[in-house]
Ligand binder design. Sequence first.
Ligand code: FE2
Length: 421
Amino acid sequence: MSDLIIRNCNLGNSDSKDIFIKNGLIEDITNNIPKIGCPEIDAKNYFVTSPFVDSHFHMDATLSYGLPRVNQSGTLLEGIQLWGELKPTLTKDAIKNRARKLCKWAIARGTLIIRSHVDVSGDNLLAVEALLEIKDEMKDYIELQLVAFPQDGLLRSNCHKNLIKSLDMGVDVVGGIPHFERTMVEGSESIKILCELAEKRNLLVDMHCDESDDPNSRHIETLTLHTNRLNMKGRVAGSHLTSMHSMDNYYFSKLIGLMVEAEMNVIPNPLINITIQGKHDTYPKRRGMTRVPEQIKAGLNVAFGHDCVMDPWYPLGSHDMLEVAHMALHVAQMTGVNEMISCFDSVTTTAAKVLHIEKYGLKKGSYGDLVILQCKNKIEALRLKPTRIFVVKKGKVISSSNPTEYKLQLNSKPEYTDLIF
Ligand code: FE2
């Protein structure tokens, strides 16, 4: 918990403000805060934002690309099979080393909150132990929210006991994967069991739900049913929901009303959805991302997740939430001004709401967490995915980088550009 003054902050409008962080909390945002002898940094009128939030990730599998082999087909199912081959060979130290490295990449990119699913469907809870230890080790720098995720299916892999044990150990959120159970009936049954478990323990729910191209998959509908029945409105998130891309428009018009009634939170994963879905198509190929503009228009909170970085499902990435929002914007054709702004919010403020994060945002009383980007506003941030000049956590600079500048030598005299419009 530190004191810090940040001078000349561009908050996305023309005004320049100073931000005073006292004991790790934002004390004031105003003009010309007097010197009090605490450390100061100069934002140089670059854009200052709350930190990025990754609403959906798999920290136990990250940075395992190529182990024990690469995903040749690039499909979701081969990825799950590959993860099954890798699991018996995992050690706690190896998981921790990879997770720690990923956390450092995320911090450098300005992401200070990650919700990570952790597989609880194996013979042991090695990954749970590893990620709980990393959560504790990194807690002064990055907040990890863990989801008990029955990757191989709650009923299909009979991992109910493991899932409960992981919650007893300190995992925060109840996960699920109904579309991977053997039948639609068992998928529905898994949703009922998991929602009741979460309600009993007063926990949030976040299920991988209908991550398929099947227009007839109906687990989102079932998730809204149990959300309402158990009075868990606003406390349940559906991750992926890719079936909504392919479903009939008439049924969609019914389903969106049910989602609004349940105040369901939506977590698409654009980088993964665009590469994994539509694999069985010839042409035209479906994009496979859920219906983001329509969900936002209906009033739902939509937060984007990175999902994967260099793992059995995705060979690329460096954990940059601006890359995620940039992809979402393109896939959903959200180039309207307010649409672009909402894409930025889906990796910052809206995501914090979906994850029920407290004291988040650039306002008095919130944690002194922020990122200074080498750009002027949210839309330019999406365009440039710029250098994160300073990353501040509770009043302490935990990452910094020099602004990027390109030296052009077109004539005898060199000139410089930073790509800012
Ligand atoms: Fe996922």
